[in-house]
Design a protein around this ligand. Sequence first.
Ligand SMILES: *Cc1c(COP(=O)(O)O)cnc(C)c1O
Length: 336
Amino acid sequence: METLALSDILAARRAIAGVAAATPLVPSPFLERVAGCEVLMKLELAQPVGAFKLRGAANAMAALPAGTAGVTCCSTGNHGRAVAYAARRLGLRAVICMSRLVPQAKVDGIRALGAEVAIVGDSQDEAGAESRRLAARDGLVEIPPFDHPAVIAGQGTIGLELLEERPDLAAVLVPLSGGGLAAGVALAAKRIKPSIRVVGVTMQRGAAMHAALAAGRPVAVREVASLADSLGGGIGLDNRLTFALCRDHLDATVLVSEAEIYRAMQAHYYEDRLICEGAAAVGAAALMTGRAGRLDGPVATLLTGRNVDMAVFTDIVAGRDVALGDTTLEGRPYAA
Ligand SMILES: *Cc1c(COP(=O)(O)O)cnc(C)c1O
């Protein structure tokens, strides 16, 4: 069953113009040396809320019926920030539900946009249940973080921008969590250029979509602390769209360790002079470890967000240890 078409993604681009930005695509000479081919960084961290999630949220919210009382969502942080931002533009009430695993910097950013915040439980699933409860109680419209056609179409606008600017792209590395981003980008990119490789990259700790693809169906994974906190959370045991789309359109999924994400964040900082969050650095980690596979042509890596806790970030660039839940990730000063 075809759930989404290129025309939906083209329509999304018109709907979000003026809210989400068309972002720069810039070369990384460092990653080019590492990978042995041209590597381009898509700077989604330059979006108004510091992450690509504004594309999907703005597209879903552009279609809200008149008289909507408000919106609610669950989030690992960036989707909530995007929903809060779009709601403020529309003059709507927004209630963002998050688990205790979400970093304080992300919670603070959402409050600063005027949204109400509910912190519940230790998992995205619990935050999702709270969002559904509030939607029913207060008549709010739920804006899901990934498993929704308008959200997927909004994220897919990245694929349009990539191939319009560089029709010669051979591969795209996409940070992978619930799969809204990967599904949208893969759909857009492969409709335009069927030969392009789209590779999902995620962290070893709690890789829900990777585990689901391996099992052939959505499975529950234990949620644990990760430097790539934006990639945490399950895909939903009742997943409707993103599981099948990722199964059908991703060429591979690659896992990277916490130490590899740490080093990739250092590299983006010292080599590319960019501040990015852990989730945004997984593409670089895949390239630096050689795990991205054989690359024969220009590659784009999506730098999906910059909403990192700055105390953690300064520890990483200084090479200090960082706490990950009840474990410690050993620091190491950056050396090229
Ligand atoms: C949400 C998010 C992702 C993953 O997107 P999915 O659609 O859930 O796969 C990647 N990077 C950042 C920074 C995010 O906020």
